[in-house]
Design a protein around this ligand. Structure first.
Ligand code: IVH
Length: 736
């Protein structure tokens, strides 16, 4: 890999990691397994090591994840809350020990080994033995004050039991908030009954719950907590991890059921194995073992990096897998019409539940992994709702097992509506791939998929209409396009049977009333939400937001000058490439042609430049030619026209959030460091609302750098380039 390629790759990996951090820490809605996330991060760290010129203090490999959310007061930790380095292999656990032996100049090291709990980290402050505050890790130095929510945890004492010996004047005790499997199942059963989307795993619910602004709602979910580490403590009354565990227990705080006290790394490794055999009996989910140097004085000597202590390491267990027989492959049709293969399995018990279906991703994956009907397969479940098929065992294959051919399996037509299918290109986890797609926009599966999406939290948040309810409404022909939902009478909803005639499951009065209220509330949501909710091809959440900021209404969007401008510019640029005399595809044949084409290119350059300085310039990258073409085509076509006509009849006319002019119109700002009172998101929102753009890196085009405490390389860069630097006070002044 050349440095130039590495630079691009590193930027790409950083943005992927940042996206998954956001999903995990802030939204508690991860899209990939921890294992895959760790893989991404390892790859990034590897490249940064190989190409140190691109390393940066801002890289996710150098920071702890940020869990802060809006609506909470921020509080500084007295002692920083660090993360843990983690590994999946024994050699690295041994290397950890070897480093400490060298650093501390002794090979007689004692460790504790304890479960790594899969929950959400918090720090509790007890003053004079009384619980005064609970704060999330945040970004390590400061986090969100979630005291009110933590106080709903029934098993957490407000007062440290004095029997535990001298109670420190001030002590920060760290631990993990979690949800038991039983409570998780109870909440999901309740949601299923109400037709709501199911939660993926206990960790996400715990993390999501602690960030709810309504403590009464938090109290309805029985969160639990377990404590395992010490922050600031005055006076210092504890000398080792082992002693801490005893103290916590004596103070009557909930602690892990077992810790191993060991000498040397061989014993530590053995304890890791013992813990693996035991951990599934614990009330909380565990995903690893934490090995900690026992002696606090030695811990201090070993020290820490910005991100993690050198005296501890987390060994992560591989996700659970099981073997079973693949009985058949069925095909599901999603909201965009893509046909996805699903493995129907001989039921098998894995990670606390019985699994009989698993995803096979797509046809290419099936081929790559050489999976055939009748095969013995290995399946994995890693905290996701849908388990996945990992591999097959061709050596044990029954005779005559044929390769799977998706198109043949569905006899060349959509398995739901019988309509035409076509080969299309799709994004997959491993890059671009091919898939089959149902071409019928009115296919029942696509309609149900779109309706479910329309009602989902990220779209119009019409609670109560999950996958099952959506499918039912479509099946009964009560809804064709999502907005038809407004025509379904409350009474019809109340008596809707989601089960079968033999085993009815009625949607019910209460749910129907809630849903009607939610759909009414959605009427006044802004254009960006509606645009996203209507499943316009190519229009994702951030694209919808940018479009919503630049159009006043659907009427303006369908005839968008801006979108036509984007297409026009793309056309010119493409033509310019083709006409370049040295174009690889189309090189000029002689001098005469070369001169003619050079002139033409100069002319095209002028036209592009004119567009770039015109009134429509500065279109964000989210609105590219593919988006422009797709949106214009969609609303000019039958489905789009039908949707808009319906909204018109319903009297729904969502408004865009166009700003005429703000103080920052046409300006780009870069944020760095910690602001004294404003959170980063808040500052960003204010800048956006004043017409500005926020960018992640400083260049000559940057208008201002907004700098706070501990601003890093971006501030240096701004000074180097002579970009104006402002602080929070100045920002407030500019915003008026
Ligand atoms: S000790 C300075 N012990 O795992 C190190 N952390 O992936 C303090 N975690 O941020 C952490 N179980 O939230 C420690 N037994 C345990 C743990 C544990 C879970 C969490 C903790 C940490 C994260 C790192």
């Amino acid at each position: 890999m050349t440095p130039a390629e590495a630079k691009v790759k590193i930027a790409e990996l950083r943005s992927q990691v940042a996206r998954h951090d956001e999903l995990y820490y802030r939204r508690a809605k991860p899209e990939i397994t921890d294992f895959d996330y760790d893989r991404l991060k390892f790859e990034l760290a590897g490249r940064e090591e190989e190409f140190p010129q691109f390393a940066s203090v801002d890289s996710p490999t150098q920071r702890v994840g940020d869990d802060r959310a809006q609506g909470f007061k921020e509080v500084a930790h007295r002692q920083k809350m660090l993360s843990l380095d983690n590994t999946y292999n024994e050699a690295e656990v041994r290397a950890f020990h070897a480093r400490l032996v060298k650093l501390l100049e002794t090979d007689d090291l004692r460790y504790t080994v304890e479960p790594k709990i899969d929950g959400l980290a918090v720090s509790l402050t007890y003053e004079e033995g009384e619980l005064v505050r609970a704060v999330t890790r945040g970004k390590g130095d400061r986090g969100d004050d979630v005291t009110a929510n933590v106080l709903t945890i029934a098993t957490l004492p407000r007062q440290l039991a004095a029997k535990g010996g001298a109670v420190p004047r001030v002590v920060e005790i760290r631990g993990e908030i979690y949800l038991t499997q039983a409570e998780f199942d109870r909440i999901n059963a309740e949601r299923a009954a109400a037709g709501e989307e199911l939660y993926a795993n206990p960790r996400n619910v715990a993390a999501g719950s602690i960030k709810l602004l309504d403590s009464a709602e938090v109290a309805r979910r029985q969160l639990a907590i377990v404590l395992y580490s010490l922050g600031h403590c005055e006076p210092e009354v504890v000398r080792s991890q082992d002693e801490l565990h005893e103290r916590l227990r004596a103070w009557r705080l909930p602690v892990v059921e077992r810790i191993w006290r060991v000498r040397g790394i061989d014993e530590a490794w053995a304890a890791i194995g013992e813990l693996d055999a035991l951990r599934r009996t614990f009330a909380y989910g565990t995903d690893g073992a934490v090995v900690k140097l026992d002696d606090f004085a030695q811990q201090r000597d070993a020290g820490a990096t910005d991100k993690a202590p050198r005296w501890a390491i987390a060994y992560k267990y591989k996700p659970d897998t099981a073997r079973t027989r693949l009985k058949s492959i069925t095909i599901q049709v999603g909201k965009t019409g893509i046909l996805s293969p699903v493995a129907e399995l001989e039921p098998v018990f894995l990670s606390l539940s019985t699994i009989s279906r698993a995803t096979l991703h797509n046809e290419d994956e099936i081929r790559r992994k050489d999976i055939r009907v009748g095969d013995l397969v290995e399946i994995e479940r890693a905290g996701e709702v849908i388990p996945a098929v990992l591999r097959s065992f061709p050596e044990e294959r029954p005779k005559g097992a044929k390769e799977f051919d998706l198109s043949a399996a569905v006899e060349g037509k959509c398995p739901v509506c019988g309509g035409k299918i076509a080969r299309v290109e799709v994004d997959t986890e491993s890059g671009l791939g091919a898939a089959w797609k149902c071409q019928n926009y009115d296919c029942r599966a696509q309609r149900a998929g779109r309706l479910g999406f329309f009602c989902s939290r990220r779209a119009l948040a019409i609670d109560g209409v999950g996958e099952i309810v959506a499918a039912k409404l479509v099946e009964l022909d009560l809804v064709r396009d999502p907005p038809d939902l407004y025509d379904v009478p409350r009474e019809a909803l109340a008596t809707l049977n989601l089960g079968t005639t033999e085993e009815p499951r009625i949607f019910g009065e209460k749910n129907a009333t809630k849903m009607v209220a939610a759909r009414e509330a959605a009427r006044s949501l802004p254009l960006e939400k509606w645009l996203y909710a209507l499943s316009v091809p190519e229009v994702g959440e951030s694209t919808a937001r940018e479009l919503g900021r630049r159009h006043r209404s659907f009427a303006e969007l369908v005839d968008s000058k801006l979108l036509r401008f984007v297409l026009k510019k793309a056309e010119l640029v493409e033509r310019r490439e083709l006409e370049a005399p040295a174009s690889r595809k189309n090189p000029a044949k002689n001098d005469e042609e070369r001169t003619r084409r050079k002139d033409l290119c100069a002319q095209l350059d002028r036209e592009v430049a004119a567009l770039d300085t015109g009134p429509l310039a500065g279109v964000p990258s989210e609105i590219g030619p593919a988006v422009a073409a797709s949106a214009l085509e969609f609303f000019a076509g039958k489905p789009g026209r039908r949707l808009l006509a319906k909204l018109n009849t319903l009297g729904i006319d969502p408004q865009g959030t166009v700003m005429e002019t703000g103080v920052f119109t046409g300006k780009t700002l870069v944020l760095t460091g910690t602001l004294p009172t404003m959170k980063r998101e808040e500052a960003e929102q204010k800048i956006l609302a004043a017409g500005g753009k926020v960018s992640g890196s400083v260049s000559k085009k940057t208008s201002f750098v907004l700098a706070g405490a501990e601003a890093g390389s971006k501030l240096d860069k701004a000074r180097e380039l002579g970009v104006a630097v402002i602080d929070e006070a100045e920002l407030r002044r500019l915003l008026g």
